[in-house]
Design a protein around this ligand. Structure first.
Ligand code: NAD
Length: 455
């Protein structure tokens, strides 16, 4: 895989020219990227449809428009973020000034998953460009159409010494991971996340791991049933449930379970009709392997909604009375199957969450501030969205990332800049005079003085 080594070295050499450092260059590159995405919009939409049967609206909201928003936000703030920050210096070091200087890291590797195969490569790339880095992008081989479009878009837009796409699977990714990158940004599953972190350790390369997990959704007894079900159905079944922050399972107060299931049924019918499998706007499962995996979950509880499938599509499904040790309650589902589990006291729901790995997202529906505050105080998760699903990801003022098993490091907005930046501490001393107090020989008198100055 000498090809990867050559590419990596070429990027290192380009980075050393210093061209990527200037504000003007970074802004220009972001504008160029924005224009290229605009120009490739039809191809991107076609590719997302071929890979995941995403409708144009869903592709626009969650992948293309999302990227424009991110570029706009970063462009508007970059000038401020790049400014060195003056900080105080102790008078013991008189006469000095101190500042923190943000500097680019160098060449970074961005590895993406297949579920939002465009946005999850472009969004970290925006951060890498903004911070003045070169980047190699490795899209997922499981979404080959989007991977090819990304390759064409980037190759036609940027010099590969600056930004390049390497397509491929495990072998190509491992060849890339063997290079001493200055940062690794990985989005994918926890298992591969561990492989990436081990490879990074060889070169002491810092990592950002955007992983997955089972994101719980609590529906308390006072939650408005129709509205909660509508918002949950939207978040769960978008992209046929293949969303890292989709509500994975419901924890619901037993008194409202039945009306809630009815409300979910009516929401899915409003969204996709009585037979979503024949609706072209409803997504498909990425590949046969995941489709077969999802089908094994169907009989692990009582089927309440859906459960039908066709080709590689699986209808919006709800299952009830699922044992806690069933695989569907153990694995990240990552598909349109929603298990429902009841509780009688809110504490039971809290304990259920506390006894499991920290999730990427957590949802809670309730009209009572005390309930929402109690959930916030007693649980830990990458992010939280109260009384809605998914939308917290689209606020660039909110860092997005996991905690514990769901990942490390966060991005979006300023955080995307910060992740790919080194904050260099700089102290500058005057040459006009020198205070000899700190130099040997160390007499008792000097020690006494220091003790008074540094009590
Ligand atoms: P994955 O971990 O299987 O693959 C991700 C990337 O790793 C791909 O580019 C793949 O080529 C590469 N890869 C696979 N095996 C590898 C190996 N042995 N060595 C090196 N690289 C390897 O993930 P996926 O199936 O594409 O995506 C689904 C997972 O991603 C889910 O767990 C989901 O929750 C998670 N996810 C997280 C976020 C987030 O923002 N936190 C977003 C989307 C998806």
């Amino acid at each position: 895989m000498g090809e990867m080594t050559n590419l990596f070295r070429a990027q290192k050499a380009y980075f050393r020219t210093g061209q990527t450092h200037a504000l003007r260059f970074r802004i220009q590159s972001l504008c160029t990227l924005q224009k290229a995405i605009k120009q490739f919009e039809p191809q991107i939409m076609d590719a997302l449809h071929a890979d995941l049967q995403k409708s144009q609206t869903e592709s626009y909201i969650s992948e293309i428009g999302f990227s424009y928003d991110e570029i706009r936000f970063v462009k508007n703030h970059l000038h401020k973020w790049m400014k060195p920050k003056r900080v105080p210096t102790s008078w013991l070091h008189f006469w000095s000034t101190s500042k923190i200087v943000p500097e680019p890291l160098g060449s970074v590797l961005i590895i993406g998953p297949w579920n939002y195969p465009f946005q999850l490569i472009i969004s970290p790339l925006i951060g890498a460009i903004a911070a003045g880095n070169c980047a190699i992008l490795k899209p997922s081989e499981c979404a080959p159409h989007t991977s090819h479009v990304l390759k064409t878009l980037i190759t036609e837009t940027f010099d590969s010494d600056y930004i390049a796409v390497c397509e491929g699977g495990v072998e190509q990714t491992q060849a890339l991971l063997a290079q001493p990158f200055d940062h690794l940004f990985f989005t994918g599953g926890t298992t591969i996340g561990k492989i990436v972190m081990k490879a990074a350790a060889e070169h002491l390369t810092p990592v950002t791991l955007e992983l997955g997990g089972k994101s719980p959704c609590i529906v308390h007894k006072d939650a408005p049933i129709q509205l909660s079900a509508t918002r949950i159905a939207w978040g769960k079944y978008m992209n046929a449930g293949q969303t890292c922050i989709a509500p994975d399972y419901i924890l619901i107060h037993e008194s409202i379970k039945e009306p809630f299931i009815q409300a979910l049924k009516s929401a899915t019918t409003r969204f996709w009709g009585t037979d979503p499998l024949t609706n072209p706007a409803y997504g498909k499962i990425i590949n046969q392997r995941h489709f077969e995996r999802l089908k094994t979950y169907l009989d692990q509880g009582t089927l309440r909604i859906g459960g039908t499938f066709n080709g590689q599509s699986l209808a919006p499904t709800v299952i009830d009375e699922v044992p806690d040790d069933a695989p569907v309650m153990q694995d990240e589902i990552f598909g349109p199957i929603l298990p429902i589990r009841t509780y009688t006291q809110l504490d039971e729901a809290v304990q259920f969450i506390q006894n499991r790995p920290k999730p990427l997202a957590l949802y809670c529906f309730s009209k009572q501030k005390e309930v929402l505050e109690a959930i916030l105080a007693q649980t830990s998760s990458g992010g939280v969205c109260l009384n809605d699903t998914l939308v917290h990801i689209s606020n660039p003022h909110l860092p997005f990332g996991g905690v514990g098993q769901s990942g490390m490091g966060a991005y979006h907005g300023f955080k995307s800049f910060e992740i790919f930046t080194h904050y260099k501490s700089v102290l500058r001393k005057t040459l006009l005079f020198d205070l000899p107090l700190r130099y040997p020989p160390y007499t008792q008198k000097k020690l006494g003085l220091f003790k008074r100055l540094m009590p």
